[in-house]
Design a protein around this ligand. Structure first.
Ligand code: FES
Length: 105
């Protein structure tokens, strides 16, 4: 099982806010909403849009390419054109550090 890896600091990401970070050569999207952090693959399951570059709406990620929405807490695809969920990764906060553990492929 993958280890937790430090990817950012709490103070570096506004709430609400998001950024893309790299973990073990894999780019993931990190979101800060209502005091909590969530992490998903940075790749939209519709056609590869960069989810970390798109806007958010509450707990919804909006793909910047064609507008599909995902729930950042579960990865569930909420609107077309996406039908498949995006992979969600585990997040842990230790002090000011944000750590992510990649889910299995
Ligand atoms: S690539 Fe994300 S909605 Fe099409």
């Amino acid at each position: 099982m993958a280890e937790f890896v430090k990817v950012a600091t709490v103070s570096s990401i506004p709430d609400p806010g998001r950024t893309a970070v790299e973990v073990d050569d894999r780019v993931v999207a990190l979101f800060h909403v209502d005091g909590s952090f969530y992490c998903t693959d940075d790749v939209c399951t519709h056609d590869g849009g960069p989810l970390g570059d798109g806007p958010t709406d509450g707990f919804q990620i909006v793909c910047p390419r064609h507008g599909a929405r995902f729930d950042m807490r579960t990865g569930k695809a909420l609107t077309m054109p996406a039908t498949q969920p995006v992979i969600v990764h585990e997040v842990r906060v230790e002090g000011d550090d944000i750590l992510v553990r990649l889910a299995p492929d």
